[in-house]
Write a protein that binds this ligand. Structure first.
Ligand SMILES: CSC[C@H]1O[C@H](OP(=O)(O)O)[C@H](O)[C@@H]1O
Ligand SMILES: Nc1ncnc2[nH]cnc12
Length: 285
């Protein structure tokens, strides 16, 4: 049976639909996650929810403990991890209110820890195709059932923040062919791959960033207004997932991403690192 994890971004701080829901504290070798994890079930499927910025929105995009969040999900038994995020749009046809099922990223973040591995235990996973195609398809179907306008595929520019982009940056990312922009999906997606989780990213468009001549520069108040209109659809999408997510091998091989990834010879491995990495990489250590 799949266990579905949801990381809720700005505007999504709980999932009211969960049955037998219980907030449980968690701790990991990389510290505490953003908040307690909300455990529950939906249609007989176990689900675990984590608000990325914590309840009350206390973490900045740079201080979100991404490693602890992904590790806590893995330790909770999550197999399929869905990220829900607020994003700006670089495309006229990806309008505020629309959902984009992201399939690529450009990582422009620079002040975050990006790997579970390190000195004494080095590994390199592929993120050429950073999302799970099967889980992304399930999210697309779930969002469509929830009544959203859905775009399948899109490139997400991950910026450091917390300030929004300058006009020149916004134009540049548009010229690069990016579709949406946010501050949090990296390194989250990379870490999910290292943790051998199926990962999908659902971007809810909240604004046109700052490039659009007919729209003012993005303001948090605009983002929140659009999110408030969307939160019902996001919840309905999450509620539709148990009927659509299958515990089957995917074309990307997310659940065996670490096969052949570890470089450090067994006799050269730091024993403390081996212990620290049991939950993430124990399968191949
Ligand atoms: C509230 S606007 C900026 C804020 O919203 C997005 O958060 P998330 O990705 O967690 O939904 C964006 O990345 C920024 O953190
Ligand atoms: N324009 C934007 N830039 C970065 N993160 C965002 N989150 C929502 N809108 C955003």
């Amino acid at each position: 049976m799949p266990v579905i994890g949801i990381i809720g971004g700005s505007g999504l701080y709980a999932v009211e639909e969960l049955r037998d829901a219980e907030w449980r504290d968690a701790d990991t070798p990389w510290g505490r996650p953003s908040d307690a994890l909300l455990h529950g079930t939906l249609d007989g499927t176990r689900m675990v929810f984590l608000p990325r910025h914590g309840r009350g929105h206390v973490h900045t995009p740079s201080t979100v403990p991404y490693r602890a969040n992904v590790a806590a999900m893995k330790a909770a038994g999550v197999t399929h991890l869905v990220s829900v995020s607020a994003t700006g749009s670089f495309r006229e046809d990806m309008a505020p209110g629309d959902f984009v099922i992201v399939d690529q990223f450009i990582d422009r973040t620079f002040a975050r820890d990006k790997t579970f591995f390190g000195p004494g235990l080095v590994a390199h996973v592929s993120v050429a195709h950073p999302v799970c195609p099967a889980l992304s398809a399930a999210c697309s179907q779930a969002a469509t059932q929830a009544g959203a306008t859905v775009h399948d595929g899109g490139t997400y520019l991950a910026m450091e923040g917390p300030q929004f982009s300058t006009l020149a940056e916004s134009r540049l990312y548009r010229d690069w062919g990016c579709d949406v922009i946010g501050m949090t999906n990296m390194p989250e997606a990379k870490l999910a791959r290292e943790a051998e989780l199926h990962y999908a990213s659902v971007a809810m468009v909240t604004d046109y960033d700052s490039w659009h001549p007919d729209h003012g520069s993005v303001q948090v108040s605009d983002v929140i207004r659009t999110l408030q209109c969307n939160v019902g659809r996001a919840a309905a999408m999450v509620a539709a997932l148990p009927g659509l997510v299958r515990d089957a091998p995917c074309a990307e091989g997310c659940d065996h991403a670490l096969n052949h990834a570890v470089m450090t010879a067994p006799d050269a491995r730091d024993p403390d690192m081996v212990v620290r990495l049991q939950t993430i990489a124990g399968r191949v250590l």
